[in-house]
Ligand binder design. Structure first.
Ligand SMILES: *Cc1c(COP(=O)(O)O)cnc(C)c1O
Length: 360
């Protein structure tokens, strides 16, 4: 029974629909990214119902699950294919993101073998320093190769990714630069590109500010739909139109005691090689919940739903709560609830032993 996460599919669909609507107003299609909820097929279906044009994931298994769940939208493989999975990429995805000519050759061969045409979104490196072709000449050459040389590949468009490794903001300037790259590729191949994909959730502020260059016609959005907290918490956007409580984590209390708030003895390292600092607030009422970092990784990304409850920390299988100021009188066997952030949702939705319950 516990720990459990409750997934509100109606709220998830709502988030997708509101995101799609705002993008559509600016002529932008949305690839709904399902990796933030570990590709759970029920979630993928809700995101699809919200009106996305594609369903996307970084993992082939999640795309497979979406297809098996009956989603008939084109499927987009976000992570550059491993050469060893080229056949599976062609089999399961309609479009994949790419940056390596040698891999494109493999995909072309596999597509020919399977009697398919496979769509390619060529990735342009814009400074975030993860995937993508940095050299503009190489990008144009690669686009030409897909266009002319590989008979079973189709150049679906180009994409870029920002705000992931290098934490680079998709500013208006960056987006304009990307639009120029798209024009350069279009000149090289002599026709307009279908998809010009200007990034992920981190590019959504350009939609909110309505200052996305008109050349850009697609975004690949996951986090914004699944959680939607960061837009408000980190960027101070008004996001009343998004639910940030699609997920509710529930865990069972296994100990309630009053204890000193500062550890007693010589402080060394915790279970994860950190040397934490502890604030001495005297004797406080605390509770232990039966869930831990092997389930969600980051205790500071749990949001207690009970007023007056704070997360003090966690070890592998225990979460330690301060309940001194709680408005409830906790006892063992009680259930405590938390909201999630992207970082905790992505772990909890694939943790073994967590019951997942769907509500509409
Ligand atoms: C994960 C990912 C996305 C979606 O990112 P969100 O932050 O969840 O919106 C988009 N594009 C690529 C290439 C990705 O890997």
């Amino acid at each position: 029974m516990y720990p459990s996460i409750e997934v509100n599919l109606r709220k998830l669909e709502h988030n997708a629909r509101e995101t799609v609507r705002r993008c559509a107003e600016l002529g932008i299609s949305v690839a709904g990214v399902i990796k933030g909820c570990s590709g759970l097929p029920e979630c993928a279906a809700a995101i699809a119902r919200g009106g996305c044009s594609y369903i996307a994931s970084s993992r082939l298994g999640q795309l497979d699950g979406a297809r098996r769940a009956g989603i008939d939208l084109p499927l987009m493989m976000l992570r550059l294919p491993m050469p060893s999975e080229a056949a599976e990429v062609v089999r399961l995805a309609d479009i994949s993101l790419n940056s390596e000519l040698a891999v494109l050759e493999l995909l072309d061969r596999e597509a020919a073998a399977q009697g398919k045409r496979h769509g390619v979104l060529l990735m342009a490196e814009m400074g975030d320093l993860r995937e993508g072709i940095w050299d503009r000449g190489e990008l144009a050459d690669c686009a030409l190769a897909v266009e002319k040389r590989f008979s079973h590949l189709e150049l679906a468009g180009i994409g870029t990714n920002l705000g992931c490794y290098g934490s680079i903001a998709p500013t208006v300037e960056k987006m304009c630069e990307f639009a120029e790259i798209a024009e350069m590729v279009e000149q090289a191949i002599g026709r307009p590109l279908g998809i010009i994909s200007g990034g992920a959730s981190t590019s959504f502020p350009r939609i909110m500010d309505k200052n996305m260059p008109s050349k850009i016609n697609n975004l690949r959005i996951g986090e914004n739909i699944v959680i939607g907290r960061d837009l408000a918490d980190l960027w101070e956007y008004e996001t009343d139109f998004l639910h940030n409580d699609v997920f509710t984590l529930r865990a069972e209390i296994i100990e309630v005691k009053s204890k000193p708030s500062h550890p007693i003895g010589e402080i060394m390292f915790d279970a994860f090689r950190n040397k934490p600092v502890y604030e001495d607030r005297g004797i406080r009422r605390r509770a232990l919940a039966a869930i831990g970092r092997v389930d969600y990784a980051w205790a500071d990304q749990l949001v207690p739903m009970d007023e007056g409850v704070t997360v003090l920390g966690a070890s592998s299988d225990h979460t330690i709560l301060d309940i001194e100021d709680a408005h409830r009188d906790f006892k063992p066997g009680d259930i405590v609830s938390f909201g999630l952030c992207y970082g905790t949702a992505v772990f909890l939705t694939q943790a073994p032993g967590i019951e997942i319950r769907y509500v509409e």
